[in-house]
Design a protein around this ligand. Structure first.
Ligand SMILES: [Fe+2]
Ligand SMILES: [Fe+2]
Length: 293
């Protein structure tokens, strides 16, 4: 299935990194403030195999088709990591994805991946799918924002292709949510799960990824990880990347997964709150005026 982006561009499913126009890479257009964010995103995407194992345990009784869909989803997420890493290695010849990712892995492993009993940490398969929809809403809006924010042509293409994949992932998990032979989750429960997953984005994952992206191995001893500082850096870059329409799309997708009218007043209020929160968390200092508008 193809996904048409807001700019009318169509990106097919099943692309290969070699299809990217790497020869168009323009070092003069690499935005230094984005480089750390790209490396960090590569680490998080590259962590997908752990999540595949976890999700396959949750859906172990759902038939081979679902298990194959999870495998394919994980393959695409890993490919996102590899492709972003390849771009970062071009933009910063001192960066080595494998070495930096190994450091990230050593310092961060999500606790909830340990579910030997096969039960979702969200309490049910429906709950798991609500949480997955929240994540894919975040990634699809993020890569769309990235595509619009960068002037570097190869990164623009990569972000467009990844965003299209992330929209497809959302669709897969949204449809899976509706298909479950479990009782429908009450609204408050969906809301709690979505809010819980959004709050988890505040945990160490992205902050620590930023740290490993920014501080090379030889400087880590002298520059220890300070969570608050790197969390602020994440919010700063996020605010600088996103524009209001990306936040709108993000909140509409989360609203749909929770069962709220994506065009309704509650969703509009959520959009305003998320935008406000992003500005507050970024602390605004050091953020260019144009980005904060
Ligand atoms: Fe991804
Ligand atoms: Fe995804």
């Amino acid at each position: 299935m193809d996904a048409t982006m807001a700019d009318g561009k169509v990106y097919s499913k099943g692309w290969h990194p070699d299809e990217i126009g790497w020869a168009s890479f323009d070092a003069s257009k690499v935005e230094p403030w984005l480089l750390t964010a790209i490396k960090a995103a590569a680490f998080v995407e590259f962590n997908a195999p752990d999540y595949v194992i976890y999700l396959k345990r949750v859906f172990k009784d759902s038939g081979p088709e679902m298990l194959a869909a999870i495998e394919e989803w994980g393959r695409e997420e890993s490919q996102h990591g590899k492709t972003l890493g390849r771009w970062a290695e071009m933009a910063d010849p001192g960066f080595k994805l494998d070495e930096a990712f190994a450091r990230f892995r050593k310092g961060y492993r999500p606790a909830h991946f340990a579910n030997p009993d096969g039960v979702s940490v969200r309490g049910s398969r429906r709950g798991e799918m609500v949480a997955r929809c929240v994540v894919e809403s975040g990634t699809s809006s993020y890569y769309s924002a990235l595509k619009d924010a960068t002037e570097e042509p190869v990164l623009k293409e990569i972000a467009g292709r990844i965003a299209a994949d992330e929209f497809r992932h959302y669709k897969l998990f949204f449809e899976t949510l509706a298909k479950q032979d479990e009782p429908e989750l009450p609204f408050w429960k969906r809301l709690l799960i979505a809010a819980g997953r959004i709050t988890e984005s505040d945990d160490d994952e992205l902050s620590y990824a930023y740290y490993c992206a920014e501080v090379p191995a030889e400087r880590q001893a002298a520059t220890p990880y300070v969570r608050a500082a790197y969390a602020k850096a994440v919010y700063n870059t996020t605010l600088r990347t996103y524009r209001r329409p990306h936040i709108r799309k993000l909140t509409q997708m989360v609203a749909k997964a929770v069962g709220v009218n994506p065009q309704g007043p509650l969703t509009k209020l959520a959009e305003a709150l998320v935008w406000r929160m992003l500005k507050v968390r970024a602390g605004l200092s050091g953020v260019p005026k144009a980005a904060a508008a």
